[in-house]
Ligand binder design. Sequence first.
Ligand SMILES: *Cc1c(COP(=O)(O)O)cnc(C)c1O
Length: 428
Amino acid sequence: MTSEQMMKVAAESSPWSSLQRVVMGTARLRGQKVSTLRSRSQEAVNELMQSIIEREGGNEAFYVLDLGVVVDLWQKWQEALPGVRPFYAVKCNPEPVLLSSLATLGAGFDCASRAEIEAVLSLGVAPDRIVYANPCKAETQLKYAAKVGVNLTTFDSKEEVEKIRSSHPSCEVLLRVKAQEDGGARCPLGAKYGALADEVGPLLQAAQRAGLIVAGVSFHVGSGAEHARAYTGAISTVKNVFETASSLGLPRLRIVNIGGGFTAGPRFTEASAAVRGAMNAYFSGESSGISVIAEPGRYFAESAFSLATNIIGKRVRGDLREYWINDGIYGSMNCLLYDHAVITALPLACMSRRLNPSCHGLPKYRSTVFGPTCDALDTVLTDHWLPELQVGDWLVFPNMGAYTAAAGSSFNGFSTSAICTYCAVSYY
Ligand SMILES: *Cc1c(COP(=O)(O)O)cnc(C)c1O
């Protein structure tokens, strides 16, 4: 066999898909070791965590990022929403390997600040792959966007039109409209952003008078949206704006930005079906020439990260077991407050039958889990049933990728940004 043929055979017998190999290469280029997971399961993640703990010998909290999950979500997105280009919302989780993997896969990025734009540009992503999707921007940051060539942003007020006209007049704009309903979102956004129906005409005219090109319309149904019908209603609102713009004599709008709000799993199946249906219903006649983009954050980040925390303290009060761990409300678990998240923890030693078969069937105790800071608010779980654990044991939190480390602080000297992320790739 020639070496070329041998490589071909090796590639064919490799368990990795070409996308998985590309993403592994991206992570390695960033100096990351990429571990392999024997399956797409929490059990495999836990076994990796165990080996990291044995190898490193430390007891700091850490994340495992499964890039196989990201690749899989990317492929599911392409299948369910072909032609809808995702611009990953950086605020959800700006972990550099996640950003560079998404960049390699072909994503664009939703940035809301100078620092987020810098982070994305530093990956070698071209500025035309960024939407500056913050409807209210500081003037200095807008000037920075102008300097680096980020030329697409959102607005929902006349004041913003004026700022864009004076600081970045060549920037094209998307009118952010308020979605009719927030779709039962965990984090509704409509109270803060989005033009109301009677504001649409005057805002389009203000942009036109300012000489700005209105490229299209955007909305956000709210993060963690429960009801897919929210997309249907919002896309019908977008259609109305397209018609208003044309009746006011604006050049034809061409971008529909359906925002974020997606959660991976069955809800994504419903949401993507609603988007396809609404685009067909409202935009079928003019689909040529219209670009549809989206700004998913949670969808790509949430299920790709698991967090391992170390038990640093314990107290027994009657039947109650109380534990202190080295991450909490002021760190990754800020999601309990800001993202209204529901999280679960399981002891690492008990999560894999292979690691510890005797764990199963152990008696469980009503337990409280506290974070490390001296604030009583820093309580992670109450009335959680756990087997008896000791100081030095590990607790694992799955699905901790969205709105976790991104919004953590260093309150009381416990620095969220110091938490390490280890990369892995699962396949199936
Ligand atoms: C936060 C945000 C997103 C991401 O929302 P998800 O619910 O995480 O998908 C997208 N667009 C804008 C403008 C946002 O503010």
